[in-house]
Design a protein around this ligand. Structure first.
Ligand code: DX5
Ligand code: ZN
Length: 219
């Protein structure tokens, strides 16, 4: 087992009626990070939560909050999420704004900065922002919904990002998001991922503790 691999449960698949309990359950189960998916109905065809829910989750856990912004204008919300208590803010380069500047804005607001790549986006877009990155999130499904099938063609992309980070001595986390389960987790870790985002495989399981432990045991 690689003890370096972080498990990041995505609350998208949690029971929002008892979200606080779900987050605490994930923390006691041994999660390393809480992943929060923010969707605006424009960048992705779904709407989820905003800074209010991040602030509520902040009160429930001391784990780092990794906020994945799937919104068209992330630059408009950076300070709101900083105030809400986000630790890592991850944006998509496919958004229309100036995302290099948004990464600087995220650091300026005191957070760590991440970039998420849609399945159709090449890792080459990272070339000129590598020094600004604390996290790279390789999407292994098209963003918008939980419970989708892992896209196996993303494995070489994970390996390519790992090589890019190693080439510049970056210690940025290499996270994967979408369809991560007992079968796919070993594949992405072998390709170079060190952080596993999982919604369905954790909150969709009958027992969150068993699910987190099981995921750890296969990587
Ligand atoms: C999808 C989100 C994911 C989602 C993953 O757009 O970014 O974080 O929660 O869900 P699973 O693990 O069910 O594929
Ligand atoms: Zn996500």
């Amino acid at each position: 087992m690689d003890t370096q691999v972080r498990i990041a449960p995505s609350i998208l698949s949690a029971n929002f009626a008892v979200l606080g309990e779900e987050v605490r359950r994930a923390e006691s189960a041994g999660a390393d990070v809480i992943h929060i998916d923010v969707m605006d109905g424009h960048f992705v065809p779904n709407i989820t939560v905003g800074p209010l829910v991040v602030a509520a989750v902040r009160k429930m856990t001391s784990l780092p909050l990794d906020v994945h912004l799937m919104v068209e204008r992330p630059e408009n919300f950076v300070e709101d999420f900083a105030r809400a208590g986000a630790d890592i803010l991850t944006i998509h380069p496919e958004t229309p704004g100036h995302w290099h500047r948004t990464l600087q804005q995220i650091h300026g607001a005191g957070m760590r900065a991440g970039v998420a790549l849609n399945p159709g986006t090449s890792e080459s877009v990272l070339e000129y922002v590598l020094s600004l990155l604390d996290l790279v999130l390789v999407m292994t499904v098209n963003p918008g919904f939980g419970g989708q099938l892992f896209i196996v063609e993303m494995l070489p992309k994970i390996a390519a990002v790992r090589r890019m980070l190693a080439a510049v001595g970056s210690v940025a986390w290499l996270s994967v998001d979408g369809g991560i389960n007992m079968t796919t987790a070993p594949l992405v870790v072998r390709a170079g991922a060190d952080t596993l985002v999982a919604g369905t495989a954790i909150f969709g399981a009958p027992d969150v503790t068993v699910a987190v432990t099981a995921l750890r045991s296969v990587v």
